[in-house]
Design a protein around this ligand. Structure first.
Ligand SMILES: [Zn+2]
Length: 131
């Protein structure tokens, strides 16, 4: 659990630094690279309702492999062309980060069901209070 928390915090700082166009902290880069260096979860195909789906079952001692998989995904994301699409949620009360995969690249909320609807409701109430 301690390793998972350390990786989570390093990843969060790296993503926030990336979004803010700040130089990353060397310790965070090293922590992610170290976690990514381990063997990751083995991808497996599973038959799923007549189709196939990707599964990554954690075997014995799979915790470290799960962290390696997360770290490798982060390396691919932050070191690749999609890094510029990572954003912070537009809700000031939300600290979630998300990948804007919308075609127009104008997504503002981590989730429409969560923060987008809250913003719509707040906007409606503000407009309704005006005379
Ligand atoms: Zn949000």
């Amino acid at each position: 659990m301690a390793a998972a928390r350390e990786l989570r915090e390093a990843l969060y700082r790296l993503v926030v630094d990336t979004v803010a166009a700040r130089a990353p902290r060397r310790a965070d880069v090293e922590a992610v690279n170290e976690a990514a260096a381990g063997p990751d979860l083995v991808p497996r195909l599973a038959e799923d309702g007549g189709g196939l789906s990707l599964r990554r079952p954690a075997g014995p001692g799979g915790g470290g492999a799960a962290l390696a998989t997360v770290a490798r995904d982060a390396v691919t994301l932050l070191g690749g062309p999609l890094a510029g699409r990572v954003k912070e949620c537009g809700n000031p009360g939300c600290s979630l980060l998300f990948l804007d995969d919308s075609q127009a690249r104008r997504r503002r909320w981590c989730s429409m069901d969560r923060c987008g609807n809250l913003a719509k409701i707040a906007g409606y109430r503000t407009r309704a209070r005006r005379p």
